[in-house]
Design a protein around this ligand. Structure first.
Ligand SMILES: Cc1ncc(COP(=O)(O)O)c(C=O)c1O
Length: 386
């Protein structure tokens, strides 16, 4: 029986606004037409704002992982010594990609649920006998909901070695965080469409600086579909080397327009205060948070039910009774945490049904009265910050 609207609160895919759906639903055009070139040009350059990039951004017709793989394939040679920071399931994915390409991989492990400490990463790099060519990290580690201090690390890395490449996976936070590739010393920044950029899945983005661009053409590692030099050559002619996701490109143009209309600074603030409100509400409901306030991502929040039975009850009741989908844990956090996404096309009140449902679910499960507690804590933050 239908009672509640469906509410998608996973850390990707995320809800797609009607304006983007409409833009994607316009009549198809050929990808070798002037009409598509106009769209592509707008999309490549419109993305510069959210990536904090001075160069136009490459768009791949594939999911976020392809951009992770492309960043590795196009920047490093198999004998280069590289460092991959692993702080969760997506760091582990970067590690797996590296294992396929690199003979000299050094993994820096961070406790899942914690942000890396810049000093510790530097000490690790300095303890390696060989010069390091590249460092790879997540910006937001989606599996734990940590936002890493990537700007701090970028600046520190370039002080010890300006030649090193710094590659950041921003799949689950680009579009919601203040990033500037020059300021933060990031050489390559990648993202995917289906998260804070409020597009359907299926597009990946690669932003790069001039130094990285030169390296793309010099690297010896073979690649074909993900050869970024080929993509750049096409980008300069306002097109793509292979058939692109044409509606996706139209969606990107609309997305950039929506960011411009709202103002990117406001987009960032909106994510910050929704994150703060969600955290305050979960604390008021006696649900532990996996991550400290300092390391909390503005796009996703991981919380820890009291035990596995409570976790299963919360997730299934949210879905079956209230039509709300959130995510479970991944890897070693599976069965231990739940994750609620709050990014992209999201406004503060979109989270209220989730908090209100939790109040009812916990009241029933714990036999304690939580009604009004979470929503009050949520609204207190929103009221103060709006
Ligand atoms: C941080 C991060 N990196 C990479 C990926 C992989 O992206 P995709 O599933 O689009 O290939 C994800 C997906 O959730 C992610 O959150």
């Amino acid at each position: 029986m239908y009672t509640h609207h469906f509410l998608l609160l996973t850390p990707g895919p995320t809800p797609v606004p009607q304006e983007i759906q409409n833009a994607m639903n316009t009549p198809m055009v050929g990808h070798r037409s002037k009409a598509f070139e106009k769209v592509a040009k707008k999309a490549f350059s419109g993305l510069k704002t959210v990536f904090g990039s001075s160069n136009e951004v490459i768009i791949l017709t594939s999911s976020g992982t392809s951009a992770l793989e492309a960043s590795m394939r196009n920047l490093i040679n198999p004998d280069d010594h590289i460092v991959v920071i692993v702080s969760g399931a997506f760091g582990a994915r970067f590690q797996q990609i590296a294992e396929a390409y690199s003979h000299n991989l050094h993994v820096f492990h961070v406790e899942w649920g914690e942000a890396f400490e810049t000093e510790a990463v530097l000490n690790f790099i300095q303890s390696i006998e060989h010069p390091i060519s590249a460092v790879f990290t997540q910006y937001c580690e989606t599996s734990t909901s940590v936002l890493h201090p990537v700007a701090e690390l970028g600046q520190a890395l370039k002080q010890i070695n300006p030649e090193l490449f710094y590659i950041v996976d921003g799949v689950s936070c680009i579009g919601a965080v203040d990033v500037n590739m020059d300021r933060d010393k990031i050489d390559v920044l990648v993202a995917g469409s289906q998260k804070a950029m409020m597009l359907p899945p299926g597009l990946a983005f690669v932003a790069y600086n001039d130094r990285a661009k030169n390296q793309f053409s010099e690297v010896e590692s073979p690649s074909f579909y993900l050869n970024l030099t080929k993509h750049l050559k096409s980008l300069e002619a306002d097109t793509t080397p292979y058939t692109p996701n044409v509606p996706g490109f139209q969606g990107v143009v609309q997305y950039c327009q929506m960011v411009e209309n709202e103002g990117f600074e406001h987009v960032i603030q909106r994510h910050d205060f929704i994150r703060n409100a969600v955290r305050n509400a979960l604390k008021a409901l006696s649900l532990n948070l996996l991550v400290t306030d300092e390391a909390a991502s503005p796009t996703v929040t991981a919380f820890v039910p009291r035990d596995a039975d409570e976790l299963t009850y919360i997730k299934s009741q949210l879905s079956e009774k209230f039509n709300i989908t959130i995510a479970g844990g991944q890897g070693k956090l599976k069965g231990h945490i739940l994750r609620v996404g709050h990014m992209g096309f999201i406004s503060p009140f979109d989270l209220l049904p989730f908090i209100a449902s939790l109040e009812m679910i916990l009241s029933a499960y714990r036999q304690e009265d939580y009604i009004g507690k979470g929503t009050k804590a949520f609204l207190e933050v929103i009221n103060n910050e709006l």
